[in-house]
Write a protein that binds this ligand. Structure first.
Ligand code: PA5
Length: 444
């Protein structure tokens, strides 16, 4: 059994039970397409049995490397972009103290690089690293992505000047392809500790490979529990390949809503620690579905924060929206609203109640208001946020994404559209081989 529940009460009135039932056969067929590896992009299905293929020895190896680096690092830099950093950041931020960067948690501070091209960002990072003991990982499956390659060139230079080449080598871990790419060549020639991103696991499905596991272990998170949660969900999906499966219910609901004109899906959380989980989800679904002129546009909000910025649009704007709420039943801590004798703010009617009660009431009130306003709501309910539940959620969303992509008749495992900006950028920067494109772009 899984700890994840999917509730579809608030899509009623937008799609009928008959419409949902009509997907029954397609769901079973699509599970079959995934497990028989007969669909488009089937050479990228390594994530399907990835959790169960992770051995205790492998986890131990990652933990040992992390322990060695943790001893000498106040800061750990994760260099990567897209699927090469979002999964790690999603888990780390979901499980860390909200103010981890400001307090001593006993763990190194995790910072990120190579996910933008901002000179000011890099400048500030270098200033920080000047005064801190640090180590880093450079993550790139292809080994050729410009943003992390540029960041690594700059930080390699910095770390070698700070510690000398020999010590610097012990503070760098490369995570890349087993055989090809510039990063692999560089790592071999420098003798860095290297982990492999499996050939058959695409970037956005790679959080349970060393891509995610090493940074997550560096942050002091129990990676064993994370993997256990994903294993549980993998087993559950193997055993439930029909429309009783919670991931299939999610995929079916969003398909039906998409065909009813709800082309934009907003992932909603009421826990700010899930903000980067939404960023990971956006990449997973956006890159997997958005192609061939099709696909649900993924967006995200944190409530109640964004009810005061996006709430108006969601309530009354263009009616092409659906919401998917990740609802957490139990917070990790307890805090009650105090009574105040003067009661000038008139809040004594909620005195003595837990903040969570107010938060959950806000969730209920918002779902009802938005559904009344024409925005259907899917609820994904989890008992709490811990490493095991996050492992389950990761696999839930991965399989939900594969099902959704195949049901939409796209290849959920490629991303051809990502190349367009890269070619233009290389041409405009004057990369050899792009002269003709450069000339054509410059006169536009
Ligand atoms: O999902 C994907 O494949 C992409 O988003 C990649 O993760 C991203 O482009 C980074 O690629 P790489 O790991 O090759 O540097």
């Amino acid at each position: 059994m899984t700890d994840i529940k999917v509730e579809l009460n608030h899509i009623k009135g937008f799609v009928s039970d008959n419409q949902l039932d009509a997907y029954k056969k397609q769901v079973s067929d699509t599970f079959n397409t995934i497990y028989s590896r007969s669909g488009a992009g089937n050479d990228f299905l390594g994530w399907v049995n990835l959790p169960s293929s992770i051995t205790p020895g492998f986890i131990e190896d990652i933990k040992q490397k992390a322990e060695e680096l943790r001893k000498k690092s106040e800061v750990f830099v994760v260099i990567g972009i897209g699927g090469s950093y979002l999964g790690a950041r999603a888990v780390i931020e979901a499980l860390s103290n909200h103010f981890a960067q400001l307090i001593d948690t006993g763990n190194p501070k995790i910072v990120y690089a190579g996910h933008n091209m901002s000179e000011d960002y890099m400048h500030d990072l270098i200033k920080l690293l000047d005064d801190k003991d640090y180590s880093m990982t450079v993550i790139s499956k292809s080994g050729t992505t410009t943003e992390p390659a540029v960041a690594f060139r700059i930080l390699k230079n910095h770390i070698e000047k700070k510690y000398g080449k020999q010590e610097a080598r012990t503070r760098i871990v490369a995570i890349t392809d087993k055989a090809k790419g510039a990063l692999k060549v560089l790592s071999d020639s420098e003798g860095y500790k290297t982990y492999v991103v499996p050939d058959d696991v695409g970037g956005r499905y790679s959080v349970l490979t060393p891509v995610g596991l090493l940074p997550i272990a560096m942050a002091g998170v129990d990676i064993e529990q994370l993997v256990k949660g994903a294993q549980l969900m993998e087993r559950y999906c193997l055993d439930t390949q029909d429309n009783n499966n919670v991931a299939a219910q999610y995929a079916t609901a969003r398909q039906a809503l998409y065909h009813a004109g709800k082309t934009n899906e907003i992932l909603v959380n009421y826990e700010p620690r899930l903000c980067y989980f939404s960023e990971w989800w956006k990449q997973l679904y956006g890159e997997s579905e958005g192609k061939d002129g099709k696909g649900i546009f993924p967006a995200s909000v944190t409530f109640t924060t964004d009810l005061h910025s996006m709430g108006q649009y969601i309530q009354e704007g263009l009616r092409n929206l659906m919401e998917t709420v990740i609802s957490v039943e139990n917070p990790a801590n307890e805090l009650r609203i105090p009574r105040d004798e003067a009661n000038l703010d008139q809040l004594n009617y909620i005195a003595g109640r837990r903040l969570t009660e107010v938060n959950q009431t806000a969730e209920k009130a918002t779902i009802l208001a938005h559904a009344d306003g024409g925005v259907p709501n899917i609820r994904i309910v989890v008992p709490e946020i811990d490493a095991n539940i996050l492992g389950q959620l990761i696999y839930f969303f991965e399989i939900g994404c594969a099902l959704s992509g195949y049901m939409l008749k796209v290849n959920p495992f490629n991303q051809p559209g990502v190349e367009a900006y890269k070619k233009n950028m290389f041409a405009l920067l004057g990369k050899p081989g792009y002269e003709e494109l450069k000339a054509s772009l410059e006169c536009r």
